[in-house]
Design a protein around this ligand. Structure first.
Ligand code: BGC
Length: 418
């Protein structure tokens, strides 16, 4: 099992003629490379399709696939938020691929970022009598009732990437260390501006955070703010808009154009007199994209604004190559899918997984078992947390291309695999 995702990805990243070579090493990677290849092209197609066709796809979509039955014909219901935010296409593909390779049937739904639709989709999965649910919530506060129905039906639930609040139907949470994502962004800015040695020099900074309905969003924001607030308090960092509270800087649905419009307003109101903007902390890549667009269209200065992000979305990586965005925090969602599969298998086998899942699994990536950070209002949900990585122009080959997560074209741009 160790390294299976990386070998899968490397196979996919290579020419088709190499599939047979990769696959011949083990039966697991044989089938994994084949289907990862199709998942990869599907995800690529999806990420380039128009928003409207995505919405149409999402309202209709429930895919039941795979007739391999080594997992006793058990079915996993996977509920993803939307295809319109790039990463969830990758998550859906990786999860589907992992579970199918392990012999499960998979029903995968996308809910067009509409909470009511996600409720309906999950009800459909419950009605289809899936054996386990993996749910990335659109609104973490809006699923208690439907998940209590899952509990009543004896269907265990894993909260995937985003914690689901106010229900004890959740057995486990699989995510990245979300606070550290924000902390890495804050530390990056502090280092780039050399804030510890700023003396009397001051810098201007603005913040853009994520969706208030997403429990992760405050973790990201707090992680960055905890690093940067001491410099704000000292006066080294100034926030000309005065917007330093999460509620002031949040972006509904992580939407690119919402982030762009807000930032255009900020630039128009506080920077049009020639005030220099030094850094824009953006919690993720979809918001960073909007902020970058606003800076391109509405910022009068010509300095390089430091812009942070998260996810390694294709357009943002292109912006990093072109010098328009400075960094992104990459989370290997392929590995998040591996953890989810191994956890689900243990749960379905009647085990009560704990930190020993990590040592037993032989994963070739870091993951911690956390029993204190994520309280969903009914108690702490035991969590498996993977480790995020800072990616810049300088290390993107090493962090993204060499492990097989992305391919690089002859112009130097990166394209996600899977
Ligand atoms: C995820 C981020 C993502 C954001 C918007 C968050 O819950 O953790 O990776 O950028 O949602 O899709």
């Amino acid at each position: 099992m160790k390294k299976r995702i990386v070998s899968t990805l490397l196979c996919t990243a290579m020419a088709a003629s190499l599939f047979a070579g990769c696959g011949s090493t083990a039966s697991t990677s044989t089938s994994a490379s084949g289907s990862s290849s199709s998942a990869s092209s599907a995800a690529k197609e999806e990420s380039t399709s128009s928003a409207s066709s995505e919405a149409a796809d999402e309202s209709a979509e429930t895919e039941a696939t795979s007739d391999t039955a080594s997992a006793g014909g058990q079915t996993i219901g996977i509920s993803m938020p939307t295809k319109s935010l790039e990463r969830w296409n990758r998550d859906g593909s990786y999860l589907q691929d992992q579970f199918e390779k392990a012999g499960y049937k998979v029903e995968l739904t996308y809910s067009d970022n509409k909470s009511a639709q996600q409720n309906n989709d999950i009800e459909g999965l419950i009605a289809d009598k899936v054996d386990l649910l993996v749910v990335a919530a659109i609104d973490g506060e809006a699923l208690s009732q439907v998940l209590n129905e899952a509990k009543d039906a004896g269907i265990p639930v894993i909260a995937y990437d985003r914690l689901i609040m106010n229900t004890d139907a959740i057995s486990y949470y699989v995510s990245f260390d979300n606070y550290t994502v924000g902390k890495l962004q804050g530390e990056f800015v502090a280092k780039q501006l050399d804030l510890d040695n700023a003396g009397d020099k001051t810098y201007n900074i603005e913040f853009t955070a994520g969706d208030p309905a997403d429990n992760n969003a405050t973790f990201f924001f707090n992680g960055a703010m905890d690093v940067l607030k001491p410099y704000i308090d000292k006066g080294t960092l100034k926030v000309p808009s005065g917007q330093t509270e999460f509620d002031q800087v949040a972006t509904a649905q992580w939407d690119t154009s919402t982030a762009m419009k807000r930032f255009q307003n900020i630039l128009g109101s506080y920077y049009s007199d020639g005030t220099q903007l030094d850094a824009a902390v953006c919690s993720n890549d979809s918001t960073a994209l909007g902020v970058t667009q606003a800076i391109e269209s509405d910022y009068a200065g010509n300095n390089n604004v430091i812009i942070t992000g998260q996810d390694g979305d294709e357009a943002n990586l292109a912006n990093i190559v072109d010098g328009k965005q400075t960094m992104t925090v990459y989370k290997a969602v392929a590995n998040e899918a591996v953890v989810t599969l191994d956890l689900a298998e243990a749960m379905l086998n009647g085990e009560k997984p704990d930190d020993s899942l990590i040592s037993k699994s032989g994963w070739d990536f870091d993951c911690s078992y956390d029993t204190s950070s994520y309280d969903n209002g009914t108690g702490v949900i035991p969590s498996y947390l993977l480790v995020p990585t800072v990616v810049t122009k300088d290390n993107m080959d090493k962090e993204l291309v060499d492990p097989g997560y992305y391919t690089k074209d002859d112009k130097g741009y990166l394209h996600p695999v899977g």
